[in-house]
Each structure stands twice: as C-alpha cells, then as structure tokens.
Design a protein around this ligand. Sequence first.
Ligand SMILES: [Zn+2]
Length: 403
Amino acid sequence: MQDAPAKNKRTSKEVRRVIGHVTGKSTGPTVVFFGGIHGNEPAGVIALQRVFAKLKAVSPDQFTGECFGITGNLPAFSKKVRFVDEDLNRIWFLHRLEGLRAARNDQSVEAQEMLALYKLVTEILETASPPFYFIDLHTTSGATQPFIVVNDSLLNRKFTASYPLPVILGIEEYLTGALLSYINELGYVAFGYESGEHEDPAAIVNAENFIWYTLGLTGFYPFSELEMEQARAKLYQSGETSRRFYEIYHQYLIQKGAFFKMLPGFENFQIVPKGQAIAVNGKGNIITKKERQLFMPLYQEKGREGFYYIRGVPRFFLWLSKYLRKLKADALLVAFPGIRWASSKKEAILVDRRIVRFFAKSIFHLLGYRTREAGKHLFILKNRERSSRNAEYSKAIWHKKRP
Ligand SMILES: [Zn+2]
C-alpha cells in the first residue's frame, strides 16, 4: 500500500495500513478487522499484529476464505491522539465521500484517511467472496469490561448473539458518520468491539481472544468444537456484566465549547442510584433523576459524547421485533397519516411530528427503525432490514443455529 507507515511507542513494529492479509486455499467468508480508527487506541492494532504473526505460521490450506487486518487512522496513530483534525469515526457521510471521490479539495487529515479506507473496502468487496464480516476494534477512555456495539438489524443481532458478551443496540440513533454504520447500510454484518480501557494491557489480550473466536465463528479458522468452547470461555471470563442485549435511551451530548467533566470513579455498566452527582457542566452538577445504568462515561479531552444511559432489552421485545420485521409489518405504518416512505426504495420512512404524536419510539424500534431528526418537524427513520444481504449469510454455521 502507498500509505506511509506510522510508529507508535506501544507497538513493537511499524504500523502499516494493511496489518495482515491471509488467503485460504478454499473460498469462503471474508473477515475484515479494523484497529486504530481512533489513534489513541493501540490495543486492536497490537492484537491484530499478534494474530497475523500466528496465522502466517499456519499453512493456508487450513483456512477457508480471507482475513484482513487494517489500521484506521495512521497519522493520528503515530501521534497517539484520537484524531488530528476531526473524528474519523464520525465523518462517513455519502456527500463527503462523493466530494472526495470527485477530488474536491478537502484538507482534513481524516478525510484523506477515509478516502484510503474507502478504496480498500471497495477493493475487498469487489475481489473477495461473501459472506463479509466487518469488525471495528476499539477501547474506551474509562474502565470497562469488554462489550459489543451494534446497529440494530436482525442480521447483526443474530451474529453478535453468538458472543458471550454484553451487546449494546441503538448507538446509530445518537452517533452519525461511523464507519460501520456506512458498511451496515450496504447490508453487511458490521459491528464494533470495545476490549477495555485504552491503556490497560488486558485490552490487548481481550481483543486477541475476540479475534480468534470470530475467526472460528465465521468458519475462517478450523477450530474443533472443543477449541471453540475454550475460546468462548475466555471471552466469557473477560467480564461479569450480564451478557444480554442492552439499548441506549439517552445520550449526554457536550455542546461545542461547553464545559463538561465526568466525576472520577465511574465505570461502564455501573448502576448509579437516584440523586447522585455523576458529572459537572457549566451549570453545576449533573444529578441522576432515577436509578440509571451508565454507559461509556467520557474520561478524555477529545470527544463530544459525555455519557449514555442504557437498559436491558426484554427477551419478549427481541422476539416480537424479530417476527414483526420478518413479516415486514412496517408496510402498515405508511397507511397512517403523517408517515410516508422517504423514497421508492422503501429503506426509510419520514414521520411528520406535527401529525404523528401517538407513536412511541419503541414501536419504531420494534419494526427496525431508528430515528434521526431530519428537520424541524420531520423525523427520518432508516430500516436496516430491507438492505440486509441475508441470503449471503444463510449457509453460515452460526446462521443455521437457533437463537
Ligand atoms: Zn474508539
């Protein structure tokens, strides 16, 4: 690749755009891992270096398909900062990509990184074979046990249910422009894995265990049933929080230039009682009005998401939403006044808030829609089910299993 390699103190070797690429003798799944999309998160990159060093020692006729390890933000990685000009995981918008492809002037360091990654992903999609899996390795600024973050499509849900880890749904309602949301909208399995706190050596080990288990799960690496059980046990032991589906229902967004500081000592998934001060902003303490479960408290300077609140998703809701989505029950929604398809592709609906007051957000969630504001009175709700490439995954072992 043409990108200049980056050096980072915590990695033993030079870091290149393509950390590793292994092709098996027989065709099969293509598994793509990203590390270092945020330059201050070296754990994923180091874990990928270790895994590829081991894969290289194995004969390719053991593998089925292809596996890639890719570094996200090389300039930020060499400076050990989250980003240089802007967050590489918040800029994946079609208009921005189109501008870059048309070679319109875009001075941002991260825009150039995005273009390089876009070209690489496009090349992989064109030359490798399905089913495709895209996994983004991250770490957090505060203490945490490992977890998965995923956009809420049935395909993503079904795949991530195979991990003995907490899975957080619904981040797409609060974060825009994430690399994996972009890939998800193309219909592929794509999700994020957070392996621990940035500087914790355990975050590297967790990421390594996670990569191996994923290589087994996708069918790329020929683990025996016993080996898969052992790999699963390692992930299970990486944390104690209930391994279930959670949903984000609140985000504290830091306004540009506003003061925000988390009070010290809060951990990811911590349950905070009512009436407790958790952070400080320009107006004083931020105090919980109810018992809350805290998610991703911000303990670094860069970043605009202060913290989130999450709650467990009831099993019944998961079950019901699966059937409603399979029945394409959302087609009934557009019969209501104030709700219409956004385009003839039927991948999104527009909801006029002045007319539609009686629908709870949870009804849209059930049907596979996540809301974004599209104007003063307008909501746009995107449905991932209609773009999911389900058929490409139907022969995978994990797909045949009952949930
Ligand atoms: Zn990150």
